[in-house]
Design a protein around this ligand. Structure first.
Ligand code: GAL
Length: 811
């Protein structure tokens, strides 16, 4: 934002670092490039004189483990998972993806201070570091933060000097510390912040809107100031067109660290909503004797919401069904290393099926995700923990709870409290304390902290089974989240008519994109030799259910505010139901696969969650006629009825039947004679008139490769990614849904081949390989821009197929 013209004196303070943002009185330098990294313990790794010239040079965000190799021996965990009905411990492979995230890693970064900084304050900020970070500056220990998901910062003013400085970070990941792939290293952004001594504290604004109406909103801003004696605080609010709409200046301040509260009115506020996510900006200016010493920028939204016990969530006075998904933090082939383009693409794909909410399961997300949710219109269930003191993992959070739970939760709330998208704090997921008699005490302890830090949002948790409703546990929470156990909802309502509910985790249906088991019946924990799950959306786990059963539960219990499906995207690790097999490196739970390709159920959700006409036919129509005589055809649609034709022959009309769960949300033709050709669907409107048609065709032999990029122009910033979908097609351009063949990639020009993937959970080819098998006709390549504008050109070749070329412009 350029709301002020004065150029500050701090320019050029750092040499060799790119200045990413300048505001009056403060300078932010992203520490992205030129880090030195090595794996393993290094004696005196923090010292200035250490020679790190032989270490690898890396850019941050960096995930040291995503380069693999995948190996079943990496973090094989002997565990008994009670929810899986296991009576004894079993050796679970691939639980953390078989990637080498364990061990110690050292990062070092030199930076120069070009001018005397005696009058300045210098902070180093980490958006998260995996894990057990110990931070040193010029050989001095400056602080530590063990939980790898929490953002933290340290004041390093006393440790820096003019000239060369060395920032060193030691990280350590213990095996058996996670139930999914956690990532490893400086996987989120790191920056240096310089301010004057008088400044707004880190995360130092707390903006709430206690009164909201269409005519007027009261905006309450609490600002924590440091070194502020004799300063005034000028607070300005700007609307989304950057116009100053309200301001207030305090009296001169007495004291050096204090919180000031100001209340500003906003007339005719534009309310934040899913459809219209309007963002306002606050500039907090610290002024002494006419000189502006600091300008701190925060953004917020004006909205009101309430959870009701009988009618779910109301946002700005209107009922809103939460159509959410749970998301782990990894970005598939990129691992845990944060990348803006990849995060954005995930949200675009999710929005496309009508998703309006994200649960950051089961930990603090990267801050960029929340900013995107603010501006793209997603609600967020901001979650802190997967375990408390009663451990789920041998080396998990259980060891941190006593000393860190309060600090971690405070960090989450202080960092995230101004985001309009955040509409509840979740303090846990399937916490084992819920089953103990005095677990409620720990619940109360953590809920009290959340209430103390922010009383504008409900505190929730993902519970499971009956016990927490019967002991004193569930009572502690403002909003009761239940995972799965759809049959409990009517009972819960009956027993506790005044409780407000959200289905904090639903479905856990398992599927593999494009693989269809023609025995299309609901199957609980079903294992196949090919280690795949069927794409009919009917395979589920011991504790879980199909979407159809989950939808029925919500439709029959409209008091529940909505759901968070497990999961939006596939993620690395937890390959249920193939936890004991190898190779299986990633989950099957996603509605979308690991590479961002929708599985069939994407359209089941889209039909339910959007008003767009959906008429999706499954399976594909490329079967071996000598083996396959009949095929079950399922149609995911929001039309009530449709007629099916194969090569012109009608197989009759099907109409949704609210009394049969597997006919309530999908149209099913059980035995359609298989003959190659065309399957056509004609859907009917309420008056029985044809309203929409769709068809699929049998493809002939694979003939060519086809490259499609949704991001054909990207920034020449050395970070942005273009995502290129690679399809195998026949001579007429029909997609070949059963093609599984190797494809080679080469890249020239203003960027690089970054990674590739195909969504196949069993493929353990490193993501960085330039050769990739397509999986059921598709794979994905990610190209990364360099800092020089130009054209990136990608060529894809495969034996006996026509090759393809695609250009991406960078500027
Ligand atoms: C839930 C759990 C999730 C994930 C999921 C898989 O019980 O909360 O983290 O493990 O099961 O179905």
């Amino acid at each position: 934002m350029k709301k002020y013209l004065v150029v500050i004196a701090l320019i050029g303070l750092f040499i060799g670092c790119s200045v990413s943002k300048e505001e009056l009185g403060r300078q932010v330098v992203d520490l992205k490039k030129g880090w030195k990294f090595t794996k393993g313990e290094v004696e005196n790794g923090e010292t200035v004189q250490l020679d790190d010239s032989q270490w690898e040079t890396v850019n941050v965000p960096h995930d040291w483990a995503i380069y693999g190799p995948f190996d079943s021996k990496n973090d094989a965990q002997s565990k008994k998972v009670v929810a899986d009905g296991e009576k004894n411990k079993k050796l679970r492979l691939g639980r953390t993806a078989g990637l080498p995230y364990m061990g110690i890693g050292w990062y070092r970064k030199s930076f120069e201070l070009a001018e005397n900084n005696a009058d300045k304050k210098l902070n180093v900020e980490f958006d998260g570091a995996m894990s057990h970070a110990k931070v040193y500056v010029n050989g001095n220990f400056v602080g530590e933060w063990p939980y790898g998901y929490t953002s933290f910062s340290f004041d390093i003013s006393d440790f820096v000097k003019v000239g060369k400085n060395v920032l060193a970070v030691r990280l350590q990941n213990k095996p058996q510390s996670s139930r999914w792939y956690p990532g490893a290293g400086l996987y989120r952004n790191v920056r240096l912040l310089t301010t004057n001594k008088a400044h707004v504290k880190h995360w130092g604004t707390n903006i709430t809107t206690p009164q909201v109406s269409e005519k007027m909103a009261e905006v309450k801003i609490k600002t924590t100031l440091i070194g502020s004696d004799k300063c005034t605080l000028l607070t300005e609010i700007y609307n989304s067109s950057n116009l100053l709409i309200a301001k207030k200046e305090s009296e001169p301040i007495v004291g050096n660290e204090l919180e000031l509260e100001q209340s500003l009115p906003v007339e005719n506020p534009q309310l934040w909503s899913i459809e219209s996510p309007v963002i306002y900006t606050v500039l907090s200016k610290v002024i002494r004797e006419g000189e502006i010493l600091d300008v701190y920028e925060s953004s917020f939204g004006i909205r009101s919401f309430t959870f009701t016990s009988d009618d779910g969530l109301h946002l700005n006075g209107k009922r809103l069904q939460v159509q959410g998904v749970c998301m782990h933090h990894d970005l598939g082939p990129l691992g845990a290393a944060v990348n803006i383009s990849a995060l954005h693409r995930q949200l675009v794909i999710l929005k496309g099926m009508g998703c309006n909410a994200i649960r950051t399961s089961h930990n603090s997300p990267t801050p960029e995700l929340l900013s995107m949710c603010d501006t793209m219109g997603f609600l967020v269930m901001d979650e802190a923990f997967d375990e408390w003191k009663k451990g789920k993992n041998k080396n998990g959070y259980t060891h941190l709870w006593d000393d860190w739970a309060e600090k971690d939760l405070m960090a989450l709330i202080h960092r995230d409290r101004n985001h309009p998208s955040v509409f509840m704090w979740s303090v846990g997921n399937e916490i084992l304390e819920q089953f103990t008699d005095d677990g409620w005490k720990r619940a109360k302890f953590i809920v009290d902290i959340a209430h103390r830090e922010d009383n504008t949002r409900p505190v929730t948790i993902g519970m499971n089974r009956e016990a927490p409703a019967e002991n004193n546990f569930a009572v502690q929470f403002d909003l009761k989240g239940w995972n799965y156990h759809t049959h409990l909802y009517p009972w819960l309502k009956e027993e506790h008519p005044d409780w407000c509910f959200i289905a904090s985790e639903t479905q856990s249906t398992v599927s593999s994109r494009g693989y269809f088991d023609l025995d299309a019946v609901p199957r609980k924990h079903y294992e196949r030799e090919n280690l795949q799950c069927s794409d009919y959306g009917l395979d589920y786990c011991n504790w879980s259910n199909t979407p159809d059963v989950g939808f029925a539960m919500l439709d029959d219990n409209p008091h529940v505010a909505g759901e968070f499906v497990w999961t939006g995207f596939d993620y690395l690790g937890e390959p249920s139901p193939y936890n004991l097999q190898w190779p299986t490196k990633n989950s099957y739970f996603g509605i979308v696969d690991l590479c961002g390709f929708p599985k069939s159920i994407y359209y089941l959700y889209k039909a339910r969650w959007t008003k767009e006409n959906v008429l999706h036919i499954l399976p594909h129509w490329n079967w071996d006629q000598s083996q396959v005589k009949t095929v079950p055809v399922h149609v995911f649609t929001n039309f009530n009825s449709a007629e099916l034709f194969v090569n012109g022959k009608s197989y009759g009309v099907r109409t949704k039947n609210p009394k049969e769960v597997y006919e309530r949300y999908r149209l099913v033709w059980k035995d359609v004679n298989y003959e190659p050709g065309e399957v056509k669907l004609v859907a009917f409107d309420e008056n029985g008139k044809p309203a929409m048609e769709n068809s699929i065709k049998t493809a002939s032999e694979p003939y060519a490769l086809q490259l499609v990029s949704q991001y054909s122009k990207i920034k020449a910033d050395g970070e942005s990614l273009s995502f290129v979908e690679v399809n195998v097609v026949d001579k007429e351009g029909n997609f070949c849904p059963t093609a599984n063949l190797p494809i080679q990639f080469s890249v020239e020009g203003a960027g690089t081949f970054h990674v590739a993937g195909n969504g196949n959970s069993t493929d353990i080819t490193p993501f960085q390989s330039h050769v990739r098998n397509c999986f059921n006709g598709k794979c994905l390549v990610m190209l990364q821009s360099s800092e020089k504008a130009g054209t990136i050109s990608l060529t894809a070749t495969a034996d006996q197929l026509k090759s393809a070329k695609l250009e991406v412009v960078t500027n």
